[in-house]
Design a protein around this ligand. Structure first.
Ligand SMILES: [Zn+2]
Length: 725
């Protein structure tokens, strides 16, 4: 899943221009002593040279050969292929089976009954030059977790189908009650569109891909170019993930064979009304038959050659859908390299292996890189290296449906993960472009130092420098160029949309998502055209960015697996928290008459900044003692490191966020009405947005307490380090 209009999720990572873009094999690495740097450089160079573009190509050819959605036989074969590769590398590997409600489409009929009858095609045709587009076994175009239904009504165009769009409709006096709405893809997690439509009384929701958003408005359409063709359709889940992701029948507990399951009609994350995605080829006849007012602003216009009338009607449409609601098995694939020093401290990385169809880009571009990262570590081990901590590699099943495999596994193993998980690193789609990262800000310095030391494979530039170069190319004014040059490297906050969600949002495990991309616009997301032919033509022809991804992720994992003192930074966390408080403060001044007293949160952030500074000096003092001293104190350091990584757990609130207790992180959550889009300090921010001053006050107390817990933990780690010193 994920990916989507590239600009949004991707430039995430913005930047800094360190005066010297020196790849510093000898630059300091946080958490390591100076006398270890030469050995670290040697190990990291080996790890970054290990990924082999010929192997990456072979993996992709095999894994993308057949449609392999969750629950399919081909999906199981992809899992078995990955298992065989891990074992071929010499790693301990296994498949862990979970299960979940995985509906497949049985019957789909959408037709315009009047004024001019038209039966929608609902098919993506094969294209010349891409034999995979004619594969048998493709999952029909649909939105997973739409309910069954057969409804008829007048059609209303609702733009992107978000709350603001309905506010405009209300101003125009248009009511969607008893109607069928048609929304375009974009600007939100797709599951928000039917949710908001149902809240306004609509009978069903059709979602189409407007060429303005990922079609001919940008470039030629596939196969002439990379954009979405006339009959191309974006499949995708509409599960209400902002409430909880994972199996709808087992919220909060792992669903394995024999587990308790809710009856389907009490699962809160299945959409209330039927919903189906269509192509712009199928949308055009419908939209052409709308009358009534035009959209109130130009923002309501797409790129079809029609006036964008809103309706209602005269188009009268029937939507009839039926699904095969079965609980199906999920195959999560794991490989492990046990830690030699602290085997109970786990550094985890994961990427999903299930796809909507062939999925060369989503998810296999990231999955093949993960395989090569694992092989690189196997090579290091053959050379005599052993990780200090345990490395765990995961290839998840059922991500597209709603993060099923990762969520069910992590819920089933919640207790041991709370104790042992140091951090979780996610990847998913990967393609030509700059290295991007989002995640827990305690990991920001770690990731910045890795980007300092890795290189863009096309230009040989350091990744930090490449990010600046790209920012300068995109800058539209001298002032913007100056800003790009002066900006520090920052990672952005995580919303939702890939498998990190359960780790960070439910279990409080520091997490980050790392990927390359942004250089190629495309319109094949979740369609039959996300194929090997497309990928090798547009996304990463020489597999160099897959290799770069494997190397960059490997470097992050290696540093975290071996660092004598874990390189978390509370200073970074305090700095970003301060910026969130300022944003919320100005939001409250604009939207709430009542002011929200954020003094307690500000005070907590101040104390986190102070504790963070004490921790930074303690870490520097202790690592300066050198390798021998650190080795002799390994036992004591293991306990301190446990405190350091468990600090992310401190940011959780026990009762969770209002109206969605599965989400427990007080700093990051996907927005209740944006889905993919992150809301930082979500409890306070969403209360302010909903103009609920009382809830904003109680949530401020929660956030302040959470940040104070983290500050106390940072202080304890600093004290314990200094006591050793
Ligand atoms: Zn994906």
């Amino acid at each position: 899943m994920h990916c989507k209009p590239l600009g949004v999720l991707f430039f995430l990572l913005a930047v800094s221009a360190p005066a010297s873009a020196q790849s510093g094999s000898q630059a300091p690495i946080r958490g390591f002593p100076p006398d270890a740097l030469a050995r670290r450089a040697q190990l990291e160079t080996m790890l970054r040279q290990a990924p082999d573009t010929a192997r990456l190509r072979r993996y992709l050819l095999t894994m993308s050969a057949e449609p392999h959605h969750a629950g399919s036989a081909a999906g199981r074969a992809v899992a078995e292929f990955a298992l065989a590769r891990f074992r071929e590398f010499g790693l301990e590997a296994w498949i862990d089976t979970a299960q979940a409600l995985v509906p497949w489409p049985l019957a789909r009929r959408v037709e315009m009954l009047s004024p001019s009858p038209y039966v929608l095609r609902l098919e993506e045709p094969p294209v010349p030059g891409d034999s995979d587009s004619a594969d048998r076994g493709q999952l029909a175009t649909f939105n997973a977790y739409s309910p069954d239904g057969d409804v008829t009504g007048e059609l209303v165009y609702v733009n992107y189908g978000l709350p603001d769009d309905y506010a405009e409709l209300a101003r125009l006096g248009i009511d969607v009650r008893g109607k069928i709405v048609i929304a375009r893809y974009g600007r939100s997690w797709r599951g928000i569109k039917p949710k908001v439509a149902a809240e306004h009384g609509a009978l069903a929701c059709i979602i189409y891909s407007d060429p303005r958003d990922d079609g001919y408005f940008t470039d030629d359409v596939y196969p002439a170019g990379p954009m979405r063709p006339e009959m191309g359709v974006q499949r995708g889940s509409v599960m209400d993930m902002p409430t909880y992701p994972g199996d709808p029948l087992s919220p909060g507990w792992g669903n394995r064979p024999g587990a308790r399951m809710l009856p389907r009609d009490s699962a809160a994350t299945i959409e209330p009304i039927p919903v189906l995605p269509i192509s712009y080829g199928d949308a055009l006849p419908l939209l052409r038959n709308l009358a009534g007012p035009m959209g109130p602003t130009d923002d309501w216009k797409g790129a079809l050659a029609i006036p964008y009338h809103i309706g209602p009607g005269p188009a009268r449409v029937r939507v009839a859908l039926q699904f095969d609601w079965q609980v199906r098995p999920l195959y999560n694939v794991f490989a492990r390299i046990p830690g030699a020093g602290d085997p109970d401290q786990w550094v985890i990385s994961g990427n999903h292996h299930d796809a909507w169809v062939n999925g060369a880009h989503d998810p296999l571009s990231g999955a093949i890189a993960l395989l090569e990262t694992a092989r690189g570590f196997a090579e290091l081990r053959r050379g005599g290296w052993r990780p200090q901590r345990t490395l765990l590699f995961a290839l998840w099943d059922g991500e597209e449906y709603g993060l099923l495999g990762s969520t069910e596994w992590a819920e089933a193993n919640a207790d041991v993960l709370r104790t042992n998980a140091v951090a979780y690193f996610n990847s998913d789609t990967n393609s030509r472009g700059t290295l991007g990262a989002s995640g827990s800000h305690t990991l920001e310095t770690l990731i910045r130092e890795v980007a300092r030391d890795t290189r863009d494979p096309a230009t040989g530039q350091g990744d930090l420098e490449a990010i600046v170069t790209r920012g300068l190319e995109r800058a539209r004014s001298a002032a913007e160029s100056t800003r790009v040059r002066g900006r520090e490297f920052r990672i952005s906050a995580l919303g939702s949309g890939s498998d990190y969600t359960v780790f960070i949002d439910h279990l409080g495990i520091a997490s980050a998502d790392l990927r390359h991309g942004g250089a190629q616009e495309a319109g094949v997301y979740h369609s039959i055209y996300d194929s090997y032919a497309f990928y090798t033509r547009f996304y990463d022809p020489g597999f160099r960015y897959a290799a770069a991804q494997a190397g960059a992720m490997g470097t992050v994992l290696l540093r975290l697996a071996d660092a004598p003192v874990l390189p978390f930074s509370f200073t970074d966390a305090a700095r970003i928290d301060r910026s969130y408080v300022a944003e919320i403060d100005s939001l409250a001044k604009r939207t709430l008459r009542d002011t929200v007293d954020l003094a307690a949160v500000r005070g907590a952030v101040d104390s986190l900044a102070a504790s963070g500074a004490r921790f930074d000096s303690a870490l520097a003092a202790v690592t300066a003692r050198g390798t021998g001293w650190l080795d002799r104190n390994r036992r004591a350091l293991a306990a301190i490191n446990r405190d350091i990584y468990q600090s992310e757990r401190d940011l959780q609130s026990e009762q969770g966020l209002p109206r969605r207790p599965w989400y427990r992180h007080t700093i990051y959550a996907p927005g209740f009405y944006t889905g993919y889009g992150v809301k930082t300090m979500p409890g306070i921010r969403e209360a302010v947005e909903q103009k609920d001053a009382a809830e904003a006050r109680s949530q401020s107390a929660e956030v302040a307490a959470a940040i104070r817990r983290m500050a106390a933990r940072a202080d304890k780690a600093a004290r314990d380090l200094m006591a050793l010193h």
